[in-house]
Design a protein around this ligand. Structure first.
Ligand code: ATP
Ligand code: MG
Length: 347
């Protein structure tokens, strides 16, 4: 089955064709990063206008490898959580194409789609199949959640109580004048700095169960910047390395704690922050020491893309979870804090 995935929840316009939920035949991403950079964050109105400009060229490029739309079986589109104006552009495009081409439509939850990315890959390097029982860590721009997964059952066992890990990277980068988004640049600058130069707080260390907290760390960086005064410029690599070390330490130590109470075969990590070099290395070492698998998508599939949307769309199509022309967007999900997923499929 060939699924066309469409993603427009934030500042990436993306389309992808995935076969049988696993094999990527095309994956096109048009990022608006440089457009929003001068504002230090995504401007919703500008984002939706650019999705309008990019959507059809991106979809056209994605379907090129399969020849023509008749080969496509299903259209999957992200309908939330995200920026409503941006989501509506992708949804309207998907509805129109489904009607014109006579295809079925499925609605995909963006966060659930991130969790599919580790099991989506190119035919030349087949991706792993999901292990039956595993821990799944979603670390993205808006979410930090630890799940215990057992077959089809997914239980939230930890979540951030304040900022998401990606949000902390972006805010610290802004404080240091490093632009938007901040994760990748902090990751790069960390290589030139000493991670032990500044001892920064690890939120909820040895307390708070498996929950995370990053707001105290963010405040500590702000205070450090104030204390350093003019000396801050030459200290930027050390601040980046020390900050990244604190985030990685928090994520890895809570995952280690979860592994002591839950017997699992693997740790799976997804979302934009899963692209972080230091985090990938530290989580790999933890899993190696515990004798379990560590599964993480290749870096380009960590941040927003449509391959993960098409992949989850296949599963939904197999279960008959189709949407109609009344499909709408939704902006937020209770997944950002503890609790149940209020919009199971966002329909
Ligand atoms: N190498 C990296 N190291 C750390 N963080 C990174 C890296 N690359 C990207 N990020 C962060 O990942 C985030 C973007 O990831 P993602 O696309 O998953 O978020 P989002 O879609 O905005 O949020 P969500 O998926 O929660 O709705 C940004 O916060 C960015 O700074
Ligand atoms: Mg995302």
């Amino acid at each position: 089955m060939l699924v066309l995935g469409i993603e427009s929840s934030c500042d990436e316009t993306a389309a992808s064709i995935v076969e049988d939920g696993r094999f990527i035949l095309s994956n096109v991403v048009s990022s608006q990063e440089t457009i929003h950079a001068p504002y230090g964050g995504v401007v919703p109105e500008i984002a939706s206008r650019h999705h309008l400009i990019s959507l059809m060229p991106v979809i056209r490029a994605a379907i090129e490898p399969v020849g023509d739309p008749s080969a496509i079986d299903v259209i999957a589109v992200t309908n939330g959580p995200g920026l409503v104006g941006s989501l509506l552009v992708g949804i309207q495009g998907a509805k129109t194409l489904a009607w014109v081409w006579g295809k079925k439509l499925v609605a995909v939850n963006h966060l659930e789609a991130h969790l599919r990315a580790p099991f989506t890959g190119y035919p030349a390097a087949p991706p792993p199949l999901p292990p039956r029982r595993h821990l799944s860590l979603l670390v993205s721009g808006g979410h930090t959640i630890l799940f215990l997964v057992d077959g089809d059952r997914r239980e939230i066992i930890g979540a951030t109580r304040d900022d998401a890990a990606g949000e902390a990277f972006d805010k610290v980068a802004k404080m240091l004048g490093l632009g938007y988004p901040g994760g990748r640049v902090i990751d790069q600058l960390s290589h030139q700095g000493d991670p032990h130069r500044y001892r920064l707080p690890r939120g909820l260390h040895k307390r708070g169960g498996l929950d995370f907290s990053f707001s105290g760390l963010k405040t500590a960086v702000l205070q450090l910047i104030g204390t350093l005064g003019d000396a801050v410029t030459e200290e930027i690599p050390n601040i980046c390395a020390s900050f990244q070390e604190a985030v990685v330490d928090s994520l890895v130590s809570k995952t280690a704690e979860a592994l002591t109470t839950h017997a699992v075969d693997a740790v799976v990590m997804a979302g934009g922050v899963a692209a972080n070099g230091g985090l990938r290395k530290a989580m790999e070492s933890l899993c190696h020491a515990r004798g379990i698998d560590f599964l993480v998508p290749p870096v380009p599939l960590c941040t927003d893309n449509a391959a993960m949307v098409a992949s989850l769309g296949y599963e939904l199509a197999c279960s008959g979870a189709f949407s109609g022309s009344d499909l709408n967007a939704f902006s937020s999900s209770l997944w950002s804090r503890r609790g149940e997923l209020r919009h199971p499929r966002g329909r």
